[in-house]
Design a protein around this ligand. Sequence first.
Ligand code: HEC
Length: 164
Amino acid sequence: MHLARAADRDRVAPVRRRSRELSTARAGFFALAVALVWSWSASPASAFEPAINYQLHCQGCHLADGRATPGLVPALDPTLGRMMRVPEGRDYLVRLPNVAAAQLDPADTAALLNWLLAHFAASELPPDFAAITTEEVIAGRRAPLVDVEGTRAAVLRRADGGAR
Ligand code: HEC
């Protein structure tokens, strides 16, 4: 009886050892997966300030000082601040194709837009301007603009009451 049990133990021991090895391997795999997901979600860009994100994601077209490239890229200037007088202007900003498609998370995009307005458009920002929120950026991503020029003209008509 004793002997038989000992023999059983010997037979099952390697199986247990193997399953221990397997669960160690599984734990290792799990740790690796967690590390990977963590490193994906903490995208490198989110570690940067808005000014750096501007350089990385926008400056290639808009240049360091936001000046226009005639016929290609409009200026980033106080006109944008004026557009923030009306809700349609906020909507326009977050739905711009290159804003909606920016490879940044929504919170970083909101911070970038608020930095951009303060940096290029402060002189015409309304005094009661409320910062663009992460939620507005998320909503903008769901509906990128198709007719940018037409929307821009409509926003300016609203903001200026017909002027410009
Ligand atoms: C590939 C070139 C390109 C990149 C990159 C780019 N933009 Fe633009 N941007 C444009 C063009 C072209 C327009 C004119 C509207 C359109 O065609 O989308 C524009 C328009 C704008 C406007 C509206 C200006 C106005 O007066 O109506 C803003 C604001 C803006 N971009 C912000 C950004 C921000 C913020 C980024 C970076 C996240 C960015 N852009 C990246 C090309 C670019």
